[in-house]
Design a protein around this ligand. Structure first.
Ligand SMILES: NC(=O)c1ccc[n+]([C@@H]2O[C@H](COP(=O)([O-])OP(=O)(O)OC[C@H]3O[C@@H](n4cnc5c(N)ncnc54)[C@H](OP(=O)(O)O)[C@@H]3O)[C@@H](O)[C@H]2O)c1
Length: 248
């Protein structure tokens, strides 16, 4: 087992489908894990299930993000890694997208990543480095029908990833991104619970099934692992082939 004194992983969106699975895997390896999300009751439930620490935060608010890191690391714990598993899915063409939907999409996906990155690197620069992993989407790479706002926000996350990887490489801070296809989580339930929509989505993925949270979590955990220290600035597509493969 790894010792708590070796440091902690901070998982924003740690109560969600993918974030919970990342936390479960890190806890199984004995790491100290801090889950961050907005709803206190869900945080407490996950904390109890996983033996993780929790910190409530709205990750779109700068002061709240700073406070969450202060709380999480207050006892002198070193920050080993940060994952952003916060996100939205808005399936609307741009002519029907409201100002508020656009702002919420950018805030939840891109601003949260900027704020988490800023707090993380400020700490990791003085403690010997670490690993930061963001979640993008296949829609940032491939033009998908009705995905304008989310594609723009996640393309921003991918740009943030590459630039930060360049800036902080000298501090041994690695910054990477995982870009999923459609994964069965609470976020996508409105699509996967509908049989016709589910079948249509499956048919888009060359490997013939939707993603499971573990498909994405295993990639994130690989990017976080202290055994893997020579990958940075990458967008890893974990999408059943959707972004790059045409099977027939
Ligand atoms: N599922 C998919 O098909 C899919 C596809 C492509 C990309 N992704 C990306 O993968 C990542 C994980 O998605 P998921 O499917 O696991 O989502 P999910 O199950 O909906 O979980 C989202 C998590 O983020 C938290 N959260 C939401 N807004 C927040 C905020 N403002 N501040 C703090 N926490 C917030 C939620 O908890 P609270 O509500 O309590 O805050 C929850 O813990 C996201 O970045 C998503 O964009 C997912």
């Amino acid at each position: 087992m790894n010792e708590v004194a070796k440091g902690a992983y901070f998982i924003a969106g740690g109560t969600g489908g993918i974030g919970s699975e990342v936390a479960r895997r890190l806890r199984a390896q004995g790491w100290d894990v801090v889950l961050a999300a907005r709803h206190a009751a869900r945080l407490e439930q996950r904390a109890h299930e996983l033996g993780a620490r929790v910190v409530p935060v709205d990750a779109t608010r700068p002061d709240a993000v700073t406070g969450a890191f202060d709380t999480a690391l207050g006892e002198g714990s070193r920050l080993l890694g940060v994952v952003n598993c916060i996100g939205t899915i808005l399936l609307k063409p741009v002519h029907l997208t409201s100002d508020e939907e656009w702002r919420t999409t950018l805030d939840t996906n891109l601003t949260s990543s900027f704020l988490l990155l800023r707090e993380a690197v400020r700490r990791m620069m003085t403690t010997g480095g670490g690993s930061i992993v963001f979640c993008s989407t296949v829609a940032a790479e491939r033009g998908l029908f009705n995905h304008e706002a989310i594609a723009a926000a996640k393309a921003g996350v991918e740009g943030l990833t590459r630039a930060a990887a360049a800036t902080y490489a000298r501090y041994r801070i690695r910054v990477n991104c995982v870009a999923p296809g459609l994964v069965k989580t609470p976020l996508s339930q409105f699509l996967t619970a509908n049989e016709a929509a589910r079948k249509a989505s499956v048919s888009l993925h060359p490997l013939g099934r939707l993603g499971e949270p573990g498909d994405i979590a295993s990639a994130i955990c690989w990017l976080l692992s202290p055994e893997q220290t020579w990958v940075t600035g990458q967008v890893l597509h974990v999408d059943g082939g959707l972004s790059t493969v045409q099977a027939r």
